[in-house]
Structure formats: C-alpha cells, structure tokens
Design a protein around this ligand. Structure first.
Ligand SMILES: Nc1ncnc2c1ncn2[C@@H]1O[C@H](COP(=O)(O)OP(=O)(O)O)[C@@H](O)[C@H]1O
Length: 264
C-alpha cells in the first residue's frame, strides 16, 4: 500500500502536454498517466471512465479505437472485422498506429494525461509504451472467473447515446474461504431500453476465445509491470456501489472525490 501511495503522490492532477510520442524530458507536474488491465468483462471501461471524469483526463480505450475504425469503413475495416469477430488481437502495428493518431489528436486539442484501457495487451506493446512515456500506475482489476463470461454476454450499448449497460444479474456463492459476490444489473434509463445492441464479438464462442487469448498474451503484461513495482492489484468486491468507494480508497482518492463534489 505504501508503494501505491508513493506512486499516487507522484502524480499530481495538474496539466501538462501528453508526451506519448516524444522523448521530451518529464515535466515537473502533469496529469496522471495510468493503465487499466483486466480480463474482458471485468469492468475496465466502467471504472476507467469514472476515474477519468474525476481526474479530468481522457479515457483512451483501444477497443473503442478499433470499433470506430471498423465503423468508418476505412481501408483497415474488413481486415479488422475478421480479427475482432474471431476474438483475436489486432496486430501491434495497427494498434500502435490507431493509438498514436488518437494521442496526437488529443495533444492538438490540449489534452493532458490519460487512462489507457485495453492497452498494452502484449509484452511488445508494453515495451513500446515503456520506451516512450512514463506510466505512473497500472491497475489490475480482477473478479471471480465465473462472472466474466456472464458479464460479457450481458453487455449492452445504447445505439443512440452510446451508453454502456449490463443486463446480467450475478450471484456467486462463497465457498472454500472465498467470499460470495452479488452484482446487480446496470440497467439503462427507459428511453434507451429499445435501442440496446450487443457487440458482435460478445458471443459465447468469441468471448471464450478472448479470455483464452487474455491469459496467453495479456497476463504476462501483469508481470511486466509487477516487476517494475507499478502494479496495483484490485479485487472487485461486487458491483459499482461496493467497488467504486473501495477502488477510490485503494488509489488514495477518496478525499479527492469528496473535495471535487464540494467544489462542484
Ligand atoms: N491493445 C490491443 N491489441 C490488440 N488488439 C486489441 C487491443 N485493444 C483492442 N483490441 C481489439 O479490439 C477488440 C475489442 O477490445 P475491447 O473492447 O478492449 O474488448 P474486451 O472487452 O475484450 O476487453 C479485442 O478483442 C481486439 O481484437
């Protein structure tokens, strides 16, 4: 915990230029540069995007970059659609090029800091990232494996407002010293209900393949950051109401959220 407190204290919430693609010397004070790791379905997007709102940094999810490239019907679309719908990883080259473009666009708009979600997913990506910027902290979100498939299959997106929801209702019994876990569905407001769609790669077969690929290609990334003293392991105790306050505490941000809401 002391190590994490040190990492968090090293990351004041003051602006500076994102230095992702340059080797510019570190500036004294800048926004957080964090990474969220975790299996498909664990809730990286939900918690990363909440933290981004709190800290005022962009939430950069490589899965979203891939989906928007797919939707654009650009030159990479058909190649990407085949890879994504098989649950495979897009090549490091394509991902680096989508991410570099996103960061350059953000930098041009004056964005600073980031939380990366879904990147890095291979050791090669982690090495490239390590070579070009300082990552302050890597949060590894975990939930009981039995919940992952149900959470992926329960995901829904509103095709009008883009909101993310989940219709899965999860209840796991505690056994062999392991605590039980209840996760209520995250239902949309009534006006989104008829506009919900499911991601084309959230079918049982494809999710199982993504989980397999995660343990083969992405789990080594956890060790990459653990050995560098940057990894914060966080076991989600349940749904958002139980997990969010505990995550803030683990990140030493509990008071920060209170101060923000008083200031608002
Ligand atoms: N860093 C990455 N490297 C390679 N492929 C990626 C990366 N990020 C996203 N993708 C591709 O986009 C798909 C969707 O990603 P994402 O939305 O992060 O899904 P998940 O719910 O599995 O975490 C992945 O299955 C993969 O094909």
């Amino acid at each position: 915990m002391a190590a994490i407190t040190r990492l968090v204290k090293r990351t004041p919430y003051l602006p500076c230029a994102a230095r992702f693609l340059s080797h510019a010397p570190p500036q004294k004070e800048r926004n957080v540069q964090w990474v969220f790791l975790g299996c498909p379905g664990v809730g990286k997007g939900t918690y990363a995007s909440r933290l981004c709102n709190l800290l005022g940094v962009p939430h950069i999810a490589t899965g979203d970059l891939v989906r928007s490239e797919l939707a654009s019907n650009g030159p990479l679309s058909s190649q990407l659609s085949e890879i994504v719908n098989q649950g495979k990883l897009v090549s490091d080259e394509i991902i680096m090029s989508l991410l570099s473009k996103r960061l350059a666009d953000g930098e041009a708009k004056g964005e600073s800091g980031f939380i990366l979600d879904g990147f890095p997913r291979t050791i090669k990506q982690a090495e490239i990232l390590e070579g070009v910027t300082d990552i302050d902290l890597v949060v590894n979100l975990k939930i009981q494996e039995e919940a992952l498939l149900a959470k992926c299959l329960g995901r829904r997106i509103c095709n009008q407002c883009g909101g993310n929801f989940n219709v899965a209702s999860i209840s796991l019994k505690g056994e062999n010293g392991r605590p039980g876990m209840v996760m209520a569905p995250l239902l949309p407001p009534a006006h989104c209900m008829s506009k919900l769609v499911t991601r084309s790669d959230d079918t049982e077969e494809v999710v199982k393949e993504r989980l397999r690929i995660y343990s083969e290609k992405s789990q080594p990334v956890e060790e990459f950051y653990r050995s560098r003293g940057k990894l914060l392991e966080f076991d989600l105790p349940g749904g958002i109401p139980e997990s969010w306050p505990k995550l803030l505490q683990a990140l030493n941000l509990y008071d920060y959220e209170e101060k923000q809401s008083v200031a608002a």
